[in-house]
Design a protein around this ligand. Structure first.
Ligand SMILES: *Cc1c(COP(=O)(O)O)cnc(C)c1O
Length: 351
């Protein structure tokens, strides 16, 4: 049985005797070995961390469960967040399970259909604003200062604490940290959390070798790469459409302390990696998630030698979240036939 992040990792989390060990079964996600794409990379071992297998379909649940538990510990009965989609889906799910009022502020028309469907179904109070994520975050910060509402965006340090548990799982699964971690970067909370997790694991086990952190933004919303706030960020990968990352400085620390990089990938690189993951590995992630593999392929194709290396690509969310993007994929074959076996045999090229 999946105990959940709080029960499983309580000694490493801000858990007191008063913290309720709540759970929707988050964490303990699969680490799947690449079967085909690895040939293109030329590394020793390549794994995908399937964070889309969390209860609401993204890694956001790992941190949300801690943020919500700490809010409940304080006796708060109302939570709020700004979101490009997955944070709101996660907040709304825990809010529903534990009977908290959940308010989410989302940029109008910029949230993927599956994510909005979740927030609606979980019963969140939804405010769609005529602005982008960064504006939504400013509004919700002010709301939570004025009212007894718990802010559950990743600037809430409990979110980062919960998210770091993914690093512990990777170390447990491989038996060590990988040589390289590849990860999408939006608000940069997740790269911050993974690095914190690896550092803490090394404090407990001095022999552990730390990974090189490779973060990837989308070209049209790459403030960290260009060292400049992006006023109007653009990318098909809505989960990383962020112009002013909340954890900017911490992401730079993770990059520099690990001798890593934060670089960008184009939307067409992202879509290519997204399609490859589905058609060559049977792993359907959302576009933002594929930025990790797009980054790895960009480096491998530029001639970086990964021989002998172990690599983990973090796939942050489930492909079903964004049906508008998946519907742009050309089917290999999808034709109409009469309800007749000999007619359908043509579909299998058996004639
Ligand atoms: C939130 C999210 C990201 C970006 O994570 P940050 O912590 O904001 O950098 C990437 N992919 C998916 C699917 C997400 O939901």
């Amino acid at each position: 049985m999946n105990l959940g992040v709080l029960e499983r990792y309580k000694e490493f989390l801000p858990v007191t005797s008063n913290t309720p060990l709540i759970s929707l079964g988050e964490g303990d996600t699969p680490l799947v070995a690449s079967n085909r794409i690895i040939d293109e990379v030329g590394c020793e071992r390549l794994f995908f961390k399937l964070e889309g297998c969390n209860p609401t379909g993204s890694f956001k649940d790992r941190g949300m469960v801690v943020a919500v538990a700490k809010a409940m510990e304080k006796g708060v009965s109302s939570i709020a967040c700004a979101s490009t989609g997955n944070t709101s889906a996660s907040a709304a799910a825990y809010g529903a399970h534990y009977n908290l009022r959940t308010t989410i502020i989302v940029p109008k028309g910029k949230i993927a259909k599956g994510k909005l469907a979740q927030a609606v179904a979980y019963g969140a109070h939804i405010a769609m604003i005529d602005g982008n994520f960064d504006q939504a975050l400013n509004i919700v910060k002010e709301l939570c200062e004025k009212h007894p509402i718990e802010l559950v965006n990743s600037i809430n340090p409990n979110r980062i604490e919960g998210q770091k548990t993914a690093s512990f799982e990777i170390i447990d699964d491989i038996g060590s940290a990988p040589d390289h971690l590849f990860i999408p970067v939006g608000n940069a909370g997740n790269i911050t959390a993974y690095w914190k997790g690896f550092l803490e694991a090394k404090r407990r086990n001095k022999k552990l070798t730390l990974p090189v952190m490779n973060g990837f933004q989308a070209e049209g919303s790459a403030p960290i790469v260009n060292n400049q706030i992006v006023k109007n960020p653009q990318t098909i990968a809505s989960a990383i459409r962020i112009g002013n990352p909340a954890s900017w400085e911490k992401a730079i620390n993770a990059r520099d302390e690990s001798n890593g990089i934060i670089d960008s990938v184009s939307d067409s690189d992202i879509l290519e990696a997204y399609k490859k993951l589905a058609s060559m590995e049977g792993i359907f992630c959302e576009p933002a998630s594929a930025a990790s593999l797009a980054g790895l392929l960009k480096k491998a194709n530029a001639g970086e030698d990964f021989s002998g290396k172990s690599i983990v690509c973090v796939l942050t969310g489930n492909g079903l979240k964004d049906p508008d993007i998946s519907s742009t994929i050309e089917p290999v074959s999808m034709n109409e036939y009469s309800a007749d076996i000999s007619d359908v045999e043509r579909a299998l090229d058996l004639t």
